[in-house]
Design a protein around this ligand. Structure first.
Ligand code: OAD
Length: 237
């Protein structure tokens, strides 16, 4: 059987859990240990920039040793199969890590930003950054000091590339949600948009998400097992 002519995949922290990067809302998740309001809002950053920069510096450093897993690889494989068949494929991730790219995915939208990029609040230039930043970091573009922040979308800010995501969802024939709790909008609402477009909807997660009942097909287990198995089945069908 040919692949659906347009596939949109949404991933969340669960796909990187087996690569050693923490999820947010599971027992022991990041937001059970650290205050979300202080670390993931513009107000928190304004109150204590050093605390916020330190948190994201630690997470950026983690990426130096983190390795993608079989679930990331399977999605890269699916993307190249789509390319070979001339089908559209868009991978939308809420993750700010770089493990999809490390695994070979090319058409990736980081709707919540990226740890390996920083943004100047003075001139809005986004630059690649692998190192720590802080309140004394100088912007490489406008040369001002103290305006460089993580290129991360915080609560109360607009996610990135929403037009591109909306276009893809409105045309997709298959929507697959992987490793996300369905707790954070707008990503949690993508399944509905895809459904209205007539797409088949699939959830692959460790356990049923908050949206589980909406999906046509659900499979539960660790991403490194269920994602490769699901991709193999789709490619063999
Ligand atoms: P959550 O922590 O809310 O959800 C992670 C999901 O992954 C849960 O449903 C888990 O059951 C599942 N999970 C855990 N381990 C897994 C494994 N090995 N295999 C498969 N699934 C597994 O993370 P997100 O849904 O990504 O935003 O959170 C969404 C957003 O909330 C994040 O992008 C972040 C956060 O605040 C910002 O920081 C802006």
């Amino acid at each position: 059987m040919p692949l659906p002519r347009s596939i949109v995949v949404l991933t969340g922290a669960g796909i990187s859990a087996e690569s050693g990067l923490g999820t947010f809302r599971d027992e022991d998740g990041i937001w059970t240990k650290y205050p979300l309001e202080a670390l993931a809002t513009p107000e928190g950053f304004a109150r204590d920039p050093d605390f916020v920069q330190g948190f994201y510096n630690d997470r950026r450093r983690q990426l130096k040793t983190a390795r993608h897993n079989r679930a990331h690889e399977a999605l890269a494989r699916l993307e190249s199969a789509c390319r070979a068949e001339g089908a559209d494929f868009l991978l939308v991730t809420q993750n700010v890590d770089n493990l999809h790219e490390q695994a070979g995915s090319r058409n990736v939208v980081h709707m919540h930003g990226e740890l390996t990029r920083v943004r100047c609040m003075n001139c809005f230039t986004v630059t690649v950054c692998q190192e720590d930043i802080g309140t004394s970091t100088q912007c490489t573009a406008c040369r001002t000091v103290g305006h460089v922040r993580p290129h991360i979308v915080w609560f109360g800010e607009m996610p990135l590339e929403m037009n591109r995501i909306g276009d893809a969802l409105s045309q997709c024939r298959m929507f697959v949600s992987i490793g996300t709790s369905g707790a954070v909008y707008p990503a949690a609402g993508f399944v509905q948009e895809a459904m209205y477009a007539g797409a088949r909807t699939v959830e692959l997660n460790l356990e049923p998400s908050e949206n589980a009942r909406v999906f046509d097909e659900t499979r539960y287990g660790p991403a490194s097992e269920i994602v490769p198995a699901w991709v193999d089945r789709l490619l063999d069908a």
